[in-house]
Write a protein that binds this ligand. Structure first.
Ligand code: UDX
Length: 437
């Protein structure tokens, strides 16, 4: 068997693990994927994915014969030498990453193991060194993931870069990992373990900083009558700045940014370094989720007893992931002001329903808008762009929309009869006094 087609082991079949397993199978590898949850393993073995990720289920079914899902560690260890660790590392109460699942995996490897531990889970810088200290002789490679939910399969197959970190003595292990990624386009950066760990944390912290920065610019734009979309477009033309991640909105969420920014802040703090900038990034993001409430109050006065429709709940489109979604904070804040909240999301309603207390779930966007005093576009799902907004306006008690993602065309909404308000741009449409209420 050629080095490029070496079997691949995956430990932890969450979102990262499943994408990794399925994509390596697509590249022609035998894959053994192990998870401790028997239900999950059973449904994956039937070809049913446990997450909503475009293209993943088709790819899983296409490669089913090359992937084994199991709960058994011995089976994995027997069949694969290269082991990708993809278990989750959630934040603890102290804000540090919880490494207990990573430690449990290391403990399961036999003392004389000839396996290579490849860390894909996001871990604080220094984790690799500490594992190598505890398990001398166990080859260790850091290979962080940079996959975006919703485009994870495409990101895996066409990465901007692959980062492979290994320390002295583990070059052969790093070569084996590099060989796995060789068929893929994009740069491969070979570095040491601590630097690879930092690249992941620093990349996410930088992107989160970009978002909080443009959100603050948006807030200033509102004060001075500028349009943040125009400002971001003009800034983005500077190659040093770049145009991506300059979309103003109601804050970042998801399983990575909030966790990684906090983890980097804590990591620095634990070493005695006060990472001031990240404090601001986090605070701006928290406040940004709440700004919509003030915008609604400007139009409606007190929100007590007002019916507010949330369009979209997932932390971003094309996923049913509700982790750290801005909608959770927004719904609770609106309820805190006495509003009645109704919501619709094309795929996340079920997951959201488990998290959102006393929020009425509607079966469609129009149903959510029926009789509402205002709507907030929270997640930029494509179907909201295609909605019949004229029909929506007639159904609402008051056709007022706060576009939390600057996703819709203000002129079109105004034409449909809406008072439209985005983030960091001038309001459009009929003044409040011309409304039906
Ligand atoms: C992120 C990283 O992009 C990825 O490299 C990493 O490995 C995992 O975390 P993901 O969590 O899937 O990926 O989401 P991403 O598309 O990066 O968006 C994160 C959040 O930022 C979303 O809530 C999104 O709505 C928000 N965002 C993004 C903005 O508010 N403005 C932007 O310009 C871009």
């Amino acid at each position: 068997m050629s080095a490029q087609r070496e079997p691949v082991g995956v430990i932890g079949v969450g979102w990262v693990g499943l994408v990794t397993a399925v994509c390596f199978a697509e590249l022609g590898h035998e894959v053994v994927a192990r998870d401790i949850l028997a239900d999950k393993v059973d449904s994956l073995a039937r070809g049913e994915t446990t997450i909503h990720e475009p293209g993943l289920e088709e790819m899983l079914r296409r490669n089913a014969e090359r992937i084994t899902f199991t709960t058994e560690m011995p089976e994995l260890l027997e069949r694969a030498r290269l082991l990708f660790v993809c278990v989750d590392t959630p934040p603890t109460y102290s804000g540090d990453a919880d490494l207990s699942r990573v430690r449990a995996v290391v403990d399961e490897l036999p003392a004389d193991s000839e396996h290579v531990l490849i860390m894909k889970s996001t871990v604080p810088a220094g984790t690799g060194h500490s594992i190598r200290r505890d398990r001398p002789g166990l080859p260790y490679v850091s290979c962080p993931e940079f996959l975006k939910e919703g485009t994870a399969v495409a990101d895996f197959m066409d990465p901007d870069r692959v980062v492979i970190g290994a320390d002295g003595g583990d070059e052969a292990a790093a070569d084996a990992v590099a060989a796995l990624y060789e068929p893929l386009p994009g740069e491969t950066l070979r570095t040491d373990v601590a630097s690879a760990e930092m690249i992941k944390l620093a990349s996410n912290a930088f992107l989160a900083t970009k978002i909080s920065f443009i959100n603050e610019i948006a807030n200033v734009c509102e004060e001075v009558g500028a349009d943040v979309g125009e400002v971001a477009a003009g800034m983005g033309l500077d190659e040093r700045i770049g145009s991506s991640f300059l979309r103003a909105g109601i804050g970042y969420g998801g399983s990575c940014f909030p966790k990684d920014v906090k983890a980097l802040k804590m990591l620095a703090g634990n070493t005695g370094y006060h990472f001031q900038l990240l404090n601001a990034v986090i605070e701006v993001n928290e406040l940004q989720k709440r700004r919509v409430v003030g915008k609604l109050e400007q139009h409606l006065g007190s929100l007590l007893g007002k019916r507010i429709a949330l369009l979209g709940l997932a932390f971003k489109p094309d996923t049913d992931d509700m982790r750290e979604a801005s909608s959770l904070v927004l719904a609770a804040r609106l309820q805190g002001e006495g509003a009645e909240v109704v919501a619709y999301d094309p795929v996340a309603s079920e997951r959201a329903g488990e998290l959102l207390d006393s929020v009425e779930m509607a079966g469609s966007a129009l149903e959510a808008l029926d009789g509402a005093d205002a709507a907030v576009l929270v997640t930029e799902w494509r179907e909201f762009a295609e909605l019949d907004w004229s029909e929506a306006a007639t159904r609402m008690g008051r056709a007022l929309l706060v576009d939390g993602r600057n996703f819709l065309d203000p002129a079109r909404l105004a034409e449909a009869g809406f008072e439209y308000e985005g983030i960091g741009k001038a309001p459009r449409g009929a003044p409040a006094s011309a409304s039906k209420s």
